[in-house]
Design a protein around this ligand. Structure first.
Ligand SMILES: *Cc1c(COP(=O)(O)O)cnc(C)c1O
Length: 398
C-alpha cells in the first residue's frame, strides 16, 4: 500500500489547481505589463486572483496582496521590511519564537549581524507560546513581533488573535508565517490584527514556487528582488500569472471546503494518535487539541527517527523525521528541542502530516507498520537495551 503522509513538506496539486494552471498557460499567457489585448486579459486574470486571495483571508483591499516566489521569500520580505523601515525611528528590537521555520530564523540571524537585537521566545511544553511572555518581551524599541500561525513540525497552533491584540495595543507590527495554516484553519487578518502574513501555494494543493505576502496598507515594504515595477514596485520580475491563478484557485477550494475537510482529516489524525498511543515509551509532541488537523508528531525512545522513516518507506509509507541529516552530525529538530523535548526523544521522532486524500484503511496500515518497525529497531538497539536493563534513565514515561 502507498501512503503519502508528508503533506507538511509539500502537497500534490489538486485537480482544480492543475486545471487552472493549464487553462492559464493556454489562455492567459501574456505579460500583464503589456498594453496590448493579450497583456490586458492576463492582467485581468491576475486581478481576479488577487481578489480571491484577499477574500480568503479577509484582507480589506486586494492591493494588500503581494505575490512572491513562495513562503520563504514572503517571510524574508516581511522581516526585512519591518526592520529596515523602523530602524530609522530607533526601533531595533525584534521578537520571534525559537521554533520558527528557518526562513524566519535565518533572516533574524542576518538582522542580528546588521545590529538588530532579537528575542527568541520559548514556547511552553505543549509548543504554544504564553501570550504573557510576548507581552512582557515588547519594549519601547520593539519594531516587530513575528510568530508563526501553526508549526510545521509538531502542528501546534499559536494564540494569534490574542498576540494580535497585544501588538495592536502596544503599537508594534505583527507578522505571522501562516504557511501551514492557510486553507487549513480560518484566517481573518482584520479580526486577528495581523499586519503582515506569509503563505505558500504548495502547502495547500497549489503549485510550488508561488506564495503570498499580505501587508496591510500603510506598511512600507522593502524590495528583496530589484528590477521592474511589478507588484506595486515591491517585487520585480515578470509575474507568474498561471502559477498565481492556480494557487488562488487552490486556496479558495481549501477555504470553501475547510470545515468538511477539517473534520475528516482531524478524525484520521486522532485515529492515528490513538493507534500509536499503546507503544511504550512514546509520546505525542505538541498540544493534542490546539494543533493542525493533519499533524501527528510522535517520539519513540531508543530508536532513530531516520531509520524508522527509511524502513517505513520500504512499506510505501512516506513521512518525515525530526532530524536533519548533515554531513558531520545528525541534528535533532530545533523545534522539538526548542520546546523542551529531550534530545534523546527528539532523535526518535516521526511526523505524519495527513490530508483529505488519506483513508482510514491507510491509517490502520500505518499503525500496524509503525508498531512493527519500532519494535524491530528497539530489539536491535544497544541504547534500548541500556534502558531496559536500567543502565540508562528513560526520558519518556511508559
Ligand atoms: C514550507 C514552509 C515555509 C517555506 O515555504 P516555501 O514556499 O517552500 O518557501 C515557510 N514556513 C513554514 C512554516 C513552512 O512550512
Amino acid at each position: 500500500m502507498k501512503v503519502y503522509a508528508d503533506n507538511a513538506a509539500t502537497t500534490y496539486m489538486s485537480k482544480t489547481a492543475r486545471d487552472k494552471l493549464i487553462e492559464c498557460i493556454d489562455e492567459f499567457n501574456g505579460n500583464p505589463n503589456s498594453l496590448h489585448s493579450d497583456g490586458q486579459r492576463t492582467q485581468e486574470e491576475l486581478d481576479r486572483a488577487r481578489a480571491i486571495v484577499a477574500g480568503c483571508i479577509n484582507a480589506a483591499k486586494p492591493n494588500e496582496i503581494y505575490f512572491t516566489s513562495g513562503g520563504s521569500e514572503a517571510d524574508n520580505q516581511a522581516l526585512l521590511s519591518a526592520a529596515r523601515g523602523l530602524a530609522g525611528k530607533g526601533k531595533k528590537h525584534l521578537i520571534t519564537l525559537n521554533i520558527e521555520h528557518h526562513a524566519i530564523l535565518h533572516t533574524m540571524a542576518k538582522l542580528e549581524k546588521e545590529g538588530f537585537e532579537v528575542t527568541y521566545l520559548k514556547p511552553q511544553a505543549n509548543g504554544i507560546v504564553d501570550v504573557k511572555d510576548v507581552e512582557d518581551a515588547i519594549r519601547e524599541d520593539t519594531a516587530l513581533v513575528s510568530i508563526m500561525f501553526a508549526n510545521n513540525e509538531m502542528g501546534a497552533i499559536q494564540p494569534i488573535p490574542e498576540i494580535g491584540k497585544v501588538c495592536k495595543a502596544k503599537g508594534v507590527l505583527f507578522h505571522t508565517d501562516a504557511v501551514q495554516a492557510a486553507a487549513h484553519v480560518p484566517i481573518d487578518v482584520q479580526a486577528m490584527n495581523i499586519d503582515m502574513l506569509s503563505m505558500s501555494g504548495h502547502k495547500f494543493h497549489g503549485p510550488k514556487g508561488v506564495g503570498v505576502l499580505y501587508a496591510r496598507n500603510g506598511i512600507r515594504l522593502v524590495n528583496v528582488i530589484e528590477g521592474g515595477a511589478q507588484e506595486r514596485g515591491k517585487r520585480a520580475g515578470t509575474v507568474n500569472v498561471p502559477g498565481i491563478a492556480s494557487m488562488a484557485a487552490a486556496l479558495k477550494e481549501g477555504c470553501d471546503n475547510m470545515e468538511e475537510n477539517k473534520s475528516k482529516v482531524r478524525a484520521l489524525r486522532d485515529r492515528l494518535i490513538k493507534g500509536l498511543s499503546d507503544i511504550p515509551y512514546s509520546q505525542l509532541n505538541g498540544d493534542p487539541v490546539k494543533r493542525l488537523p493533519g499533524n501527528v508528531n510522535y517520539s519513540f525512545e531508543g530508536v532513530e527517527g531516520e531509520s524508522l522513516l527509511l524502513h517505513l518507506d520500504m512499506y510505501g509509507i512516506e513521512c518525515s523525521s525530526g532530524s536533519a541529516c548533515t554531513s558531520e552530525s545528525l541534528e535533532p529538530s530545533h523545534v522539538l528541542t526548542g520546546m523542551g523535548v529531550p534530545v534523546e526523544a527528539a532523535h526518535g521522532s516521526l511526523r505524519f502530516s495527513l490530508d483529505i486524500d488519506n483513508t482510514e484503511e491507510q491509517i490502520d496500515y500505518v499503525i500496524e507498520k509503525v508498531h512493527a518497525v519500532v519494535e524491530r529497531y528497539r530489539s536491535m538497539s544497544p541504547y534500548w537495551e541500556d534502558l531496559m536493563t536500567g543502565k540508562r534513565q528513560h526520558c519518556i514515561a511508559e
